[in-house]
Design a protein around this ligand. Structure first.
Ligand SMILES: Nc1nc2c(ncn2[C@@H]2O[C@H](COP(=O)(O)OP(=O)(O)OP(=O)(O)O)[C@@H](O)[C@H]2O)c(=O)[nH]1
Length: 594
């Protein structure tokens, strides 16, 4: 058996990003690789944050059971677990940009889905080499499970019809990929991985195909790293802050990915802070034990130095204001000022340009903030303020000053509602949405906004005098005066008690006191109804005559609202009646109600 003992010191660990549609099995796949389970702690079952898992070469070697080629020099693989929903585009792009390689997970039964397409577009844009993990092969009807087998081995043991079914699905995937200009094939039929995308059939549930996946990734990383990547493992470290945490006993710490160079205890580092760059000294470097996921690790190794690429927890003072998503740079001799300037301009760029008025957004990291902002922008929802941090009383007070009640809103993503904010909220009309799943946060706000709009329209309609046209029916004079009681037919729109009536020549008729239908008082009568109305003002036979037509007199300000704001909510006959009424009013004054 060929042993893999050729680690060359200066090669950094390639960073792998995992992408794919919701529920296609990204988390399960990583779980299978690292042998732990994070699915249970995912909010809303969607992976929310970039996490990192280092899989050392010896683990890959043992999983691949001797099938690994003999020329591997990379020290292992560092997996970044990117989230799966389209609202995470920004985070994904960051993952895409950060990673050397990607695995696009596709449920072989479900096939291409919207986020599969989106991931492909991102991969293409960033020119990131990738492979496809065609997951859930155990769901192919008739599949014979061989837990943890390599794909080639388990495939051999399948009946012909199952083999064909799998190949047909792979063929389908390859067809879809060709629409993006990618040529793709089952990985074991490919000679040149730089030209053809490898499709590795796997089952994240049974572990089948996982050895093949790792083997292809290591081989590909080796090839691409040799060709395309300059490897710095000795220069000053460069990284990105994934999360800022307050841990019991540890104080504030930052979880980071170091993707270039090295970092040592005692190093001076510069990182992005909420207001200004933070310059601090590394007190301790805590590396997760190999094969553990950075977020749920309980055990750390204290190390003196870490080389790229690695997920590492850094302990230092002044980290409470560190900003998740910002860069981290190690400052060696004479570099400090330049680095501070660099991080300063980065903070400046990260400040999200906001609109003059709009809602307030708070999020836990720059990445999630950017994702929410870009989603809100695409929905054309204005943003007055967007910041990393918990929801404070100040945010609510700020929101109270917003004129439009639909924008008197604070959207919080994965943040706390601070106690003083909670208290103030009770006496405020500001609406707060605080969720830990981005699409739910935005959907909830959009639903609320829609309901509020409808309610506001309804309220407006209730207050506004609406168009109406009636005909005074022949032989329907029931009382001549004080009040006159006459029978009418509603010919357009509707009438209500309190409506003032006018004639087509614009002269005033009187005010409707009551409306009766079969001797019962009613609050309104719509088109088609024949009702009796009592009228204050006119004397039947003198000022008003049977056979005449009257219009509801609409105040000029109401006409403006009807014509320019509520036109879409008016029925066809209301609209026609309004047009007739306006032509009466505009006969002498062309600009009436405009
Ligand atoms: N039968 C079968 N089920 C699988 C396999 N892989 C994942 N699943 C199931 O598919 C569901 C989704 O898997 P996840 O790993 O949570 O998917 P994900 O892509 O990480 O989903 P998000 O984090 O929500 O984006 C879970 O119920 C898994 O148990 C597989 O290979 N075979």
């Amino acid at each position: 058996m060929a042993t893999v003992t050729r680690q060359i010191k200066d090669l950094r660990t390639p960073i792998i990003c995992v992408m794919g549609h919701v529920d296609h099995g990204k988390t399960s796949m990583l779980d299978k690789i690292r042998g732990t389970t994070v699915t249970d702690i995912e909010a809303g079952e969607i992976t929310q944050h970039i996490g990192a898992t280092e899989v050392p070469l010896y683990t890959i070697e043992s999983l691949c059971k001797g099938v690994l080629p003999g020329n591997i020099e990379v020290p292992g693989l560092l997996f970044i677990d990117t989230p799966g929903h389209h609202a995470f585009t920004t985070l994904r792009s960051r993952g895409g940009a950060l990673s050397d390689l990607a695995v696009l997970v596709i449920d072989i039964i479900d096939g291409f889905q919207p986020q599969t397409d989106e991931a492909l577009k991102i991969l293409k844009q960033y020119k990131t080499p990738f492979i496809i993990a065609a997951n859930k092969i155990d769901r192919i009807p008739g599949w014979r499970v061989n837990p943890s087998f390599s794909f080639t081995k388990t495939f051999e043991s399948q009946p012909d019809n199952v083999k064909n079914a799998l190949d047909n699905r792979i063929y389908d995937l390859a067809g879809k990929l060709s629409a993006y200009g990618f040529s793709a094939d089952r990985y074991d039929r490919i000679r040149d991985f730089t030209r053809t995308i490898g499709i590795v059939p796997i089952s994240a549930r049974t572990g089948e195909g996982i050895p093949d996946l790792l083997m292809v990734l290591v081989g590909l990383a080796q090839k691409f790293l040799e060709k395309n990547l300059k490897l710095h493992v000795t220069g000053p470290g460069v990284g990105t802050v994934l999360e800022v945490k307050e841990d019991k006993g540890l104080g504030y710490s930052i979880d980071t990915i170091i993707y270039d160079g090295e970092i040592r205890t005692g190093d001076t580092i510069v990182i992005g802070g909420k207001e200004k760059p933070i310059v601090t000294k590394v007190r301790a470097l805590l590396k997760p034990m190999p094969n553990r996921e950075l977020r749920i690790v309980e055990k750390f190794d204290h190390v003196d130095r870490v080389t790229a690429s690695a997920g590492v927890k850094i302990l230092a003072s002044d980290l409470d204001k560190a900003m998740a998503g910002s860069h981290l740079r190690v400052a060696r001799e004479g570099m400090l000022n330049a680095l501070i300037k660099e991080i300063e301009s980065e903070i400046e760029r990260a400040k999200i340009v906001t609109d003059e008025t709009g809602i307030i957004v708070k999020a836990d990291t720059i990445g999630s903030l950017e994702a929410i902002v870009s989603e809100l922008r695409s929905l054309k929802i204005p943003i007055a303020q967007a910041e990393v941090g918990d929801i404070s009383k100040k945010d609510i007070i700020e929101a109270e000053t917003i004129n439009d009640p639909l924008h008197r809103v604070v959207l919080g993503f994965n943040v706390k509602l601070l106690p003083d904010a909670k208290e103030h909220m009770l006496e405020s009309d500001v609406r707060i949405f605080n969720r830990n799943v981005i699409y739910r946060l935005i959907d909830d706000y959009a639903d609320w906004e829609e309901t509020q709009k409808k309610l506001a329209e309804k309220k407006k309609m209730m207050e506004i005098v609406r168009p109406g046209r009636i005909k005074y029916l022949v032989n329907c004079t029931f009382r001549q005066s004080k009040p006159a009681v006459i029978g009418v037919q509603v010919q357009g729109g509707c009438i209500k008690p309190g409506n003032v009536l006018i004639k087509p020549d614009g002269s005033k008729v009187g005010v409707i006191k009551e409306i009766q239908e079969r001797n019962e008082n009613i609050s309104f009568a719509k088109k088609g109804k024949e009702v009796a109305i009592s009228l204050d003002g006119p004397v039947a036979g003198r000022q008003i005559h049977e056979g005449e037509v009257y219009y509801v007199d609409i105040p000029e300000s109401h006409c403006k609202v009807l014509e320019f704001q509520l036109k879409d909510v008016l029925s066809q006959d209301e609209l026609e009646t309004l047009i007739e009424f306006l032509s009466i009013k505009r006969k002498d004054d062309h600009f009436w109600g405009k």
